[in-house]
Design a binder for this molecule. Structure first.
Ligand SMILES: NC(=O)c1ccc[n+]([C@@H]2O[C@H](COP(=O)([O-])OP(=O)(O)OC[C@H]3O[C@@H](n4cnc5c(N)ncnc54)[C@H](O)[C@@H]3O)[C@@H](O)[C@H]2O)c1
Length: 438
């Protein structure tokens, strides 16, 4: 999509939201969007719906009024899963929302039936399902996904699409030679290289089809040089990875506060219990390793041992996730933080967050879908680090430092949205944006 510099193409027609993985997060997102459209729910947690932007004149404007985002009414959906059940059945199984809330949008959820997935239990060892594509090579699988995308676009009469990965966490596979360039990656697709997991095939297919891609899971997906190259080549935005929802969300608030007070931190022990399918998958060592990398990575930048060895040189950071079925999606996390104050005296902080995983993740899926679509219409492409706010392990372009501090991430997001709002003002469709009428 070529866009004149400084302009935003207007939203017109429909935006197709493509969801690999119709599990707890995706179905909670879908049910919520429909409930909001039917005026049965308020969009708690969604900046794209109720956030505010501060203009040059310090005047505050609601984000959907300041930016030409696709309205909820114009969203259409499609997805893939290894199980063939429709989104209503999948949502019932996920057991996040009440029967009553699901009944109110049952017809809508039943209309969303997953397409057969690209899946291999080698990469998600605790799951297997019958609804999968078979093809001789990974290149064929990528082509099949591209066909799915084109067909869904046509059937839904959609003008544009975005893809948000909401499928299970794949095992940790360190980047190798085949990830270093697009050429090597395409050769590896052809050669069925085991270093390429399904999520990378989806990401590749999305970018090839000109569809922005975000990764909500911790596994390595679009954050490899080969796919960064493809995103640049195709002029498509990408973002990731691992939705920042519960424990890490709070960690990236508390750690910067301790740092600003220059209190020492000796230890940070984070424990979670959860009993949903995600928790079941994360019991596997390989999938847990992907999560461990994104969850433990946050403190390094926030509490820099090299700049303050006295404060953070001894920091011991440990993260554990336990599968505990009675809790389902209602995850509970505990943080035991051992801090040090004046004259080296120890103190302790305990945080206990009784959250609902998918309730926290659903608005993030919505914001990412709408902001990535807007970025594409503004001609922004490649790695979108301004969306770091939403991720535990922000994907940034090579050489750019990763920011984990939630408030600095928010500032960066805000600045990007402000500049998009200014572009919207100067675009030829400014009347539709509504900004100038307020
Ligand atoms: N809920 C949160 O707060 C949160 C936060 C951060 C990250 N995440 C990540 O988001 C993802 C989704 O979480 P969830 O709670 O919905 O999990 P879930 O297990 O309920 O749903 C995942 C779905 O993906 C499907 N799937 C697996 N591999 C697939 C493939 N290759 N193609 C298509 N479908 C596939 C599974 O069958 C399942 O239905 C997980 O990776 C999780 O780690 C969730």
């Amino acid at each position: 999509m070529m866009v004149a510099e400084g302009m935003i193409l207007p939203h017109a027609g429909r935006l197709l939201v493509l969801l690999p993985g119709l599990g707890a997060v995706a179905t909670t997102f879908l049910a919520g969007v429909e409930a909001i459209r039917r005026k049965l729910a308020y969009p708690f947690g969604a900046l794209s719906q109720i956030g505010e932007l501060e203009g040059e004149d310090n005047e505050r404007r609601r984000i959907p009024e300041a930016l030409p985002l696709a309205p909820l009414e114009d969203l259409v959906f499609a997805g893939w899963d290894i199980f063939p059940e429709d989104a209503y059945e999948a949502a019932r199984q996920a057991a996040v929302l009440s029967e009553q809330d699901l009944a109110a949008v049952e017809d809508f959820l039943r209309s969303i039936r997953p397409m057969p997935a690209v899946f291999d239990p080698q990469y998600v060892r605790r799951l297997d399902g019958p609804h999968v594509k078979r093809a001789p090579t990974k290149r064929h699988l990528a082509e099949a996904l591209i066909e799915d995308i084109e067909r869904a676009r046509e059937e839904m009469n959609a003008d544009r699409a975005v893809m948000i990965w909401c499928a299970s966490t794949e095992v940790y596979t360190p980047p190798g030679k085949c990830h270093e360039s697009l050429r090597a990656f395409e050769a590896a697709l052809e050669a069925n290289d085991p270093a390429i997991p399904p999520s990378q095939i989806y990401a590749y297919a999305a970018l090839k089809a000109g569809v922005p891609y975000a990764n909500g899971a911790p596994n390595i997906s679009a954050d490899i040089p080969a796919l960064e190259e493809l995103a640049e080549l195709q002029r498509v935005p990408v973002a990731g990875k691992d939705f920042k929802t519960g424990q890490t969300f709070l960690k990236t608030v508390i750690a910067p506060a301790l740092r600003r007070r220059l209190l020492g931190v000796q230890g940070w022990f984070s424990v979670n219990i959860l009993g949903n399918r995600d928790g079941w998958v994360l019991e596997d060592e390989g999938s847990f390793r992907s999560k461990e990398v994104t969850k433990t990575g946050v403190l390094e930048g926030l509490l820099p041992a090299e700049r303050y060895p006295e404060l953070y040189g001894e920091l011991y950071h440990k993260v554990r996730i336990h599968y505990y079925p009675p809790r389902g999606d209602a995850k509970e996390s505990w943080d035991a933080i051992d801090i040090v104050g004046w004259m080296g005296y120890p103190m302790h902080i305990k945080v206990n967050f009784q959250c609902r995983d998918s309730i926290l993740a659903a608005p993030i899926v919505l914001d990412l879908a709408l902001f990535l679509d807007l970025a594409q219409r503004a001609g922004w492409y490649g790695v979108q680090s301004w969306l770091s706010f939403y991720f535990k392990s922000p994907h940034v372009p090579p050489g750019e430092p990763v920011e984990h501090d939630l408030f600095l991430q928010y500032e960066k997001l805000h600045q990007a949205l402000r500049s998009l709002a200014r572009m919207a003002l100067t675009s030829s469709f400014q009347d539709c944006a509504g900004w100038d009428r307020r």
